[in-house]
Design a protein around this ligand. Structure first.
Ligand SMILES: NC(=O)c1ccc[n+]([C@@H]2O[C@H](COP(=O)([O-])OP(=O)(O)OC[C@H]3O[C@@H](n4cnc5c(N)ncnc54)[C@H](O)[C@@H]3O)[C@@H](O)[C@H]2O)c1
Length: 342
């Protein structure tokens, strides 16, 4: 293994460019190659960050010294890049959700297992100390028995307009909270009953919002609110919350007001400074920590904090939410062995 591990990034939208920047900045990695199906975008990012502009997925992955591949294509297009990278013996960091079907999840997990490479899904909230503190409290037994859970993830309208044509709000936003609910409580969601409406995004067509009531293994109940049509005038682009009430305590992670505000004559802003922010000429925050963690897991041969089974389980619940929307009925989800590493 060379001193710095080489990294390739596939899919160069908002997230792919961020992954590429971080691989270039970390001491233990270097950015070797990038690829997007839009060749102008490949050229643009390669010029900006000084790495190979690969004309194909294979060329990016097989470039000299590449050991880690970030897959940042849109939600429904993760499988091909993940499986190709795994078959070439590269470790795979794929953006959330792992995929949008269980069949794709299983193909990715199986390819990584067969080729003995690490696989981690970028559930970046696992690297937000507010959610980690919630999990610590639950695991310490501070809350007693879980009584109720509430999770919210509301984004401003440009998010729905940009992503709505390609995926659903349950797969794009909901999986974050589904993963958090299951990870923080250590319990699987076993039943969902969802309702949605489409007014703002009816021409796309896409759901504006999906509201889900759910039951947790062991008896707790909860509600999940997931929306991407909040008017753009809102000061924060993300309004998120996780609140867990137990028989002897309560925890809450409150996201969206991070203690920094900026105001012009037109608009007040509360930007994200927790997941992604530039500081002293480098990227900081949860996303950087996530990539650093994955590189450490490869170097030290450790299991990543997001297990494949957890990532698959989040997809399973999101798919069940869609089945509930179609049938108008509650949908049961079989419990399985989704424990994974803590
Ligand atoms: N962790 C987070 O908080 C977070 C935030 C936003 C997006 N995401 C996830 O990151 C992924 C990318 O999202 P984004 O917002 O960057 O999307 P985006 O639309 O900005 O970028 C996707 C890019 O992938 C390219 N692409 C699509 N199919 C491809 C293929 N087969 N081969 C190569 N390139 C391909 C597109 O041309 C585009 O440039 C999604 O899975 C999304 O859910 C995660």
């Amino acid at each position: 293994m060379s001193e710095q591990m080489g990294a390739a990034v596939i899919g160069l939208g908002m997230m792919g460019e961020r992954h590429a920047r971080i691989w270039r900045e970390l001491h233990m990695t270097r950015l070797v190659s990038v690829h997007d199906i839009v060749s102008e975008r490949t050229e643009e990012v390669s010029r900006l960050l000084g790495c190979d502009a690969a004309e194909s997925l294979e060329e990016a992955i097989e470039a000299e010294d590449v050991q880690i591949v970030s897959v940042c294509t849109s939600d429904e297009a993760h499988r091909e890049a993940c499986v190709t990278a795994a078959e070439a013996g590269k470790h795979v960091l794929v953006e959330k959700p792992l995929a949008t079907t269980l069949e794709d999840c299983d193909a990715i997990i199986e390819a990584c297992r067969r080729n003995d490479v690490k696989l981690m899904t970028g559930h970046v909230c696992r690297f937000d100390p507010r959610y980690v503190k919630c999990r610590d409290a639950v695991m310490e037994g501070d809350l007693g028995e879980i009584v109720q859970v509430f999770a919210r993830r509301n984004n401003i309208l440009p998010s729905g307009l940009r992503i709505g044509p390609r995926t659903s709000v349950a797969f794009f936003l909901g999986v974050h909270d589904i993963d958090l609910i299951q990870w923080v409580t250590g319990r699987q969601i076993t039943r969902v009953h969802s309702e949605s409406t489409s007014r703002v995004l009816k021409d796309i067509p896409a759901d504006d919002t999906i509201m889900t009531v759910f039951r947790l293994e062991g008896g707790g109940v909860g509600a999940l609110e997931t929306c991407w049509v909040i008017p753009e005038g809102a000061p924060n682009s993300l309004d998120a919350r996780l609140e867990i009430v137990g028989s002897s305590g309560r925890v809450a992670a409150i996201v969206g007001c991070e203690g920094f505000e900026q105001q012009s004559e037109e608009r007040a802003l509360r930007p994200d400074i927790i997941y992604w922010t530039e500081m002293h000429d480098g990227a900081q925050g949860g996303l950087r920590r996530q990539l650093e963690h994955f590189a450490e897991c490869v170097i030290e041969d450790r299991d990543p904090v997001v297990s494949s089974q957890h990532a698959r389980s989040a997809v399973e619940v999101a798919a069940a939410i869609h089945r509930s929307l179609e049938s108008g009925q509650p949908v049961e989800i079989e419990t399985s062995s989704v424990r994974g590493p803590s």
